[in-house]
Design a protein around this ligand. Structure first.
Ligand code: MLT
Length: 253
């Protein structure tokens, strides 16, 4: 059983690559954390969509009573959208039972990756223990089979990001505490080592990095604190196919 880590979503998917894998998609700031919070607070499902145009088109086809249009470009809510991508916007009565169409800069592109994976989960600091316990139970069920665990980081505009890699590292570290027989790829070993190097001062370290600095500069510092808060949203969002022809997914608990 091998643990693999991808530092960005910018990789060439090989034929059949993830078919026997549990894949965890990570976009700490902010898509993964926002999705976990929305589902924890009663949203029915999240449909991630790559472009604002496609998001608006899908929105126009859904029932008025149960739909919400959310997302960001450069951190900011697009014109005409009902919600942005701040986790705090997904805590009101307004979202209960709703289908939320979400488009974000990096995170929603990530969910198109690994579409053939056996199991696809959304991971972040806010649900880290829940994700690890979920994977641990899945591994128990799969004892007779070879299954790999793959962490896919969204990164930032195709580049490495500390927050996603450190999150992957923390998840890997937790997992190997539970199971000693897991083989780490070089990238997984690097993510874990990086996490251990900075774990004593994790939040302050991440806050000085590129995307957090940008979010803080546009007044979204509270979102960073939310997203770096371990186990604040103890839920496991799972990605299902919504419409195979359109290549759309539904993320639910
Ligand atoms: C993204 O998907 O790129 C992020 O969630 C951006 C953000 O809203 O901070």
């Amino acid at each position: 059983m091998k643990i693999e880590t991808f530092f960005t979503a910018n990789f060439q998917e090989k034929e059949g690559q993830f078919t026997n894998s549990i894949v965890v998609m990570i976009d700490v700031l902010r898509a993964s954390s926002t999705i976990a919070n929305a589902l924890m607070n009663g949203a029915k499902e999240i449909i991630p969509v790559e472009s604002t145009e496609k998001a608006v088109e899908l929105y126009s086809k859904l029932s008025r009573e149960t739909r919400l249009l959310a997302g960001e470009r450069n951190g900011v809510k697009p014109t005409g959208f009902e919600l942005g991508n701040s986790p705090f916007e997904f805590e009101t009565e307004h979202i209960k039972g709703k289908t939320i169409i979400l488009t974000t800069t990096n995170g929603t592109k990530l969910y198109q990756k690994a579409k053939n994976a056996k199991i696809k989960l959304i991971g972040s600091f806010v649900n880290s223990d829940s994700v690890i316990n979920y994977i641990d139970k899945l591994i128990l069920q799969e004892v007779s089979q070879e299954i790999n665990i793959e962490f896919l980081c969204a990164g930032n505009y195709g580049q490495f990001s500390y927050e996603d890699t450190l999150c992957a590292g923390s998840l890997i570290y937790k997992l190997i505490q539970l199971r000693s027989n897991l083989e780490l790829s070089d990238s997984s070993h690097a993510a874990k080592s990086l996490f251990l190097q900075f774990s004593g001062n994790l939040k302050n370290f991440i806050k000085t990095k590129e995307h957090p600095t940008f979010l803080d500069s546009i007044g979204l510092g509270n979102d960073i604190d939310f997203c770096l808060d371990f186990d604040r949203c103890p839920v496991v969002p799972v990605i299902h196919t919504y419409n195979a022809q359109l290549g759309l997914f539904s993320i639910r608990l």
